[in-house]
Design a binder for this molecule. Sequence first.
Ligand SMILES: Cc1ncc(COP(=O)(O)O)c(C=O)c1O
Length: 360
Amino acid sequence: MKIPPCKPVFDKDMEKAAINALRNEFFVLGESVFKFEEEFAKYCNTDYAVAVSSGTAALHLSLIALGIKNGDKILTTPMSFIATSNAVIHANATPVFSDIDETWNIDPKKIMMKEGVKCIIPVHLYGRPCNMDEILETAEKNKIFVIEDACQAHGAEYKNRKAGSIGGIGCFSFYSTKNMTVCGDGGMVTTNDKNVAEIIRKLRDCGRKSSYEHDVIGYTARLNTVNAAIGIEQLKKLDGWIKKRRENAEFYRRLLSNIEEITLPVPEKDIKSVYHLFVIRAKRRDELKEFLKKNEIFCGIHYQIPIHLQPIYRELYKYKGGEFPESEKHAEECLSLPMFPDLKKDEIEYVCDGIKEFYG
Ligand SMILES: Cc1ncc(COP(=O)(O)O)c(C=O)c1O
């Protein structure tokens, strides 16, 4: 039995929508882009959604739209994909980090408000929403913005509110491995702020005020029409896929609950994860990963190096290790087990049997 870590879906409906868009619409900013935005905003319960070229662009343009400038500090987690804090640097600001808690998301209690911090970017890691109440409270007290990095959390819920609708701005990625993809790169910004939506629309389209007039320095960061057309079809199936992911996660939890060497994700309270990844913490992680690989079970590591210890961050900001011990420990032990909607019960059993065999 060969089990991949994830399995993106491209079905007949998506193929048909893609061909239809290519044949009948403008390749760039065709009507599917606006339809996708409308559907996505409805799905997230926000007033606006603006489609962009990637999750990184969504974060970058959001920071610019909020007026973040040279010298500002943006607070986020070191346990995320590097793009979260790269976007901060693209916006000429400085990322500052705060460690994670037992949920593996940023620990709201550890957030220290340094001078110059203008915004917090909580990341709903692996599809699990952060503890937003405490984060919003801190932000309000300090009069700073909150941008949710919901790049892994399409459809996740925090106290019955959709990820991306809780802070002032939500940012999504539709990269190929995400819970929903546009079969290429793509992203979305969600917000209830009309002004922010309008600025991002302009920024993504070369700063265009009208056809031939540009009043800000913008970017080429649009979502292609064909990708938007696929996105519309993916969105229709998202809730069904999420349901299956949750069932798979429950089955993993049941089968793995008595293994001493393993830590499972902490139980959910007030939140509904969408299990973009099913991550465990495992003793002798690298050996276990190799053992599973020999049995054709392919796992991932998210993330092997916390952002602050990436070579370029060590160079730029002089991190040496030891600054964020919880994130560093997580990086040593985390293992992403195969997770996708179509994962079968016997495949999950096979993965769990492999883990049990490894630990004897
Ligand atoms: C948490 C997180 N933030 C940001 C990004 C950046 O998204 P993209 O790859 O679409 O630029 C990703 C995904 O790749 C991500 O997982």
